[in-house]
Design a protein around this ligand. Structure first.
Ligand code: NAD
Length: 257
């Protein structure tokens, strides 16, 4: 098992990528702290983990709240003694995120608070705990939209994911000699609640799919497998990387008919 004796925190663990990653990490032997503001969903994932013979703990946390993020790491170390893997994955794409003219200040602030500040706060409290554990792996979920522009506007979201990428690189450089690796996972468009709620008509879904060489949305499970690779020693020489798992969308100029 690839994460035997390891302790992992997964944020956004109630749904989508986070839920799949939590189950997968636990299946590889990790104790998984499942963090989400959706208490019911995080609990359900922990119940699945324990029913399968694994070990987990659900914590109700808003990743944009500093005191709650500090407590998240303190509680993890108190209960399980260490922190080895931190998957900063919670994120939002708000329905009324638009272009420069239509995006409201509230949408901008909420998006940046969860998607950027949440990742920073995870690192702020997670890094000292990892240092005490002798090193570890941090995975920050960015997005392919940080790498390309789209005519379907979601400006606050796009800006937030660009910030996650640049923050990841700097943290990777700062902490490399401490054995703490920091990588960004860049998913392509996925068939999860987050994107399906945003692309809420068949026409909008088709407009996005037409750009994906593989011709389909990705699955949360496929991202969880990539996160597992980044979490384990299988990726021991990787840090500061932009790990793109996107059905080819960022390589496409023209897609097959
Ligand atoms: P999802 O909506 O299924 O899951 C996101 C989870 O984050 C939810 O359980 C939600 O409750 C939680 N969350 C949101 N705000 C929170 C907060 N303030 N505090 C704690 N938890 C919070 O979405 P997903 O597709 O699994 O998204 C996971 C990550 O992947 C996000 O960062 C998202 O931006 C990114 N991503 C998704 C896609 C896609 O197409 N779905 C593409 C690229 C990147």
């Amino acid at each position: 098992m690839k994460l035997q004796w390891k302790v992992a925190i997964v944020t956004g663990a109630a749904s989508g990528i986070g839920a799949h990653a939590a189950r997968l990490f636990a299946g590889e032997g990790a104790t998984v702290v499942c963090v989400d503001r959706d208490h019911h969903g995080a609990n359900a994932v922990v119940n699945e983990i324990t029913a399968a013979g694994g070990r987990g703990l659900a914590l109700t946390v808003d990743v944009s709240a500093e005191d709650q993020m500090r407590e998240m790491v303190e509680r993890t170390v108190e209960e399980f003694g260490r922190l080895d893997v931190l998957f900063n994955n919670a994120g939002v794409m708000l329905a009324d995120d638009g272009d420069a003219e239509t995006t409201t200040e509230d949408v901008w602030d909420q998006t940046l608070a969860i998607n950027v500040k949440g990742v920073w706060l995870g690192c702020k409290y997670g890094i000292p705990a990892m240092r005490d554990a002798g090193g570890g792996s941090i995975i920050n979920t960015a997005s392919f939209v940080a790498l390309m522009g789209a005519a379907t506007p979601q400006l606050a979201y796009t800006a937030s994911k660009g910030a996650v990428l640049s923050m990841t690189r700097e943290l990777a450089v700062l902490h490399a000699r401490e054995g703490i690796r920091v990588n960004a996972l860049c998913p392509g468009p996925l068939r999860t609640k987050l994107l399906m709620d945003f692309l809420d008509t068949d026409e909008k879904k088709q407009r996005r799919l037409v750009h994906v060489p593989m011709g389909r949305f990705g699955e949360a499970e496929e991202m969880a497998k990539a996160a597992l690779f980044l979490a384990t020693d299988d990726s021991s020489y990787m840090t500061g990387a932009t790990f793109t798992v996107d059905g080819g969308i960022t390589s496409a100029y023209v897609t097959p008919e």
